[in-house]
Design a protein around this ligand. Structure first.
Ligand code: NAI
Ligand SMILES: NCC(=O)COP(=O)(O)O
Length: 349
């Protein structure tokens, strides 16, 4: 039988809500059976301090730091809660870097990351757009992507959204969106649907770039000039992973929203969506699923998941942070990693 996958759980930015949601998640009865498979990566004394300061005034129970495994990654200096700074950026960078090194050495099958602040990484001298790019660089992969996954609590339907471009200024988006990029993202998504999610057939919906997908060239020409012809070629090449589009971006999310909320409708819809830029994809994801969507990095040699929210500095230390998206991230990491392990067992047989 397959052993359960081993998960690293990093604390994220210590000035944010990371430690609080980790302690809340690990106290959740749903996670109880998985506790022995999880190693928290971060500063033990900081965890102890947050536990002592919050345990008598939070809205949810906290796990006692003695009840779980920790890989102690002590930080250089005490960190005040509520504002990301160079010290908190240095700490969250070290937690993630430590977890990556251990995952690459085979000690972990998956990394679940609590949120970091990119601005704090920059203050600490680490110039990465986010955790995703550090994970990819350390793993030596060039093709990787940011995929958000959320299961509807109303209908059980799963919304999967890949971003074609991620953390770049809006003014750079149209230059970044090239036929080569879209083809690579579609291929990454196809492989992930096949290998990570076990779907041998899936429909993909792709959003246009311009209002009304260009309105036949009147509101932008990318769709007519190269996006629609590229999709035609793709559909010829991969009939099991057909792409619908380019769908006008303002209406693309109507059917997913119905599938999310309305169990009486039969939505024979798309297994995945490709959004052209960060907010085109993440506004609908967060409107529908802020408390449960999971950010997963596809294309890595190990599994990586993270909540869809950030460090929430405005509520850090108040005991009111919601751990739901982190809990979903832990479940998804375990699922995806079990799937990978099962496949590698079959491959070695
Ligand atoms: N996975 C990651 O590492 C992510 C990191 N970030 C980083 O987080 C920092 C802050 O970003 P913001 O845009 O302010 O987004 P945010 O998600 O941290 O906060 C947005 C709003 O949602 C609330 N919120 C967020 N998570 C919550 C939770 N678990 N429970 C209750 N309320 C919650 C906050 O209090 C705030 O009002 C930025 O530096 C950004 O780069 C943002 C998104 C993801
Ligand atoms: N908006 C998603 C996000 O900021 C996640 O970034 P990353 O740190 O996971 O790369």
């Amino acid at each position: 039988m397959n052993p359960q996958p081993k998960l690293a759980l990093t604390l994220g930015d210590p000035a944010g809500i990371g430690t609080e949601i980790v302690l809340k998640a690990l106290a959740d009865p749903l996670l109880y059976k998985m506790l022995s498979t999880i190693t928290v990566v971060g500063d033990r004394s900081q965890v102890q301090n947050i536990y002592l300061s919050l345990k008598d005034h939070t809205n949810l129970p906290l796990a006692d730091p003695d009840s779980f495994e920790m890989l102690d990654t002590a930080t250089q200096e005490p960190i005040a809660i509520g504002v990301g700074n160079a010290a908190s950026g240095a700490a969250s960078f070290t937690y993630l870097d430590t977890a990556i090194a251990q995952a690459l050495a085979g000690k972990f099958d998956a990394i679940v990351t609590a949120p970091i602040a990119k601005s704090a990484w920059k203050l600490a001298g680490h110039h990465y757009p986010g955790q995703t790019e550090l994970l990819a660089e350390r793993s030596g992969v060039e093709e990787f992507g940011m995929l958000f996954v959320g299961r509807s609590p109303h209908t059980g339907w799963i919304l999967r959204t890949l971003l074609a471009t991620v953390h770049i200024p809006l003014s750079e988006v149209t230059q970044a969106l090239t036929p080569d990029l879209i083809e690579r993202k579609l291929e990454l998504l196809r492989r992930s649907l096949l290998k990570d999610f076990g779907l041998s057939q899936a429909r993909i919906a792709i959003a246009g770039i311009n209002p009304h997908s260009g309105e036949q060239g009147q509101l932008g020409t990318e769709e007519q000039e190269w996006l629609n012809p590229l999709l035609k070629q793709w559909n010829h090449k991969y009939p099991d992973f057909p792409v619908d589009g380019a769908i006008p971006p303002d209406t693309m999310w109507v059917k997913p929203a119905q599938a999310w909320y309305e169990s009486d409708r039969i939505y024979v819809g798309h297994e995945a969506y490709l959004a052209m830029y960060h907010d085109q994809g993440l506004i609908p994801v967060k409107l529908l699923a802020f408390d449960r969507a999971v950010n997963t990095t596809i294309g890595l040699p190990f599994v990586r998941t993270s909540p869809d929210h950030g460090t929430a500095f405005d509520i850090a230390g108040k005991g009111i942070a919601n751990p739901a998206s982190l809990i979903e991230s832990i479940f998804l990491a375990a699922d995806l990693a079990s799937h990978h392990k099962a496949k590698s067992v079959v491959a070695n047989e």
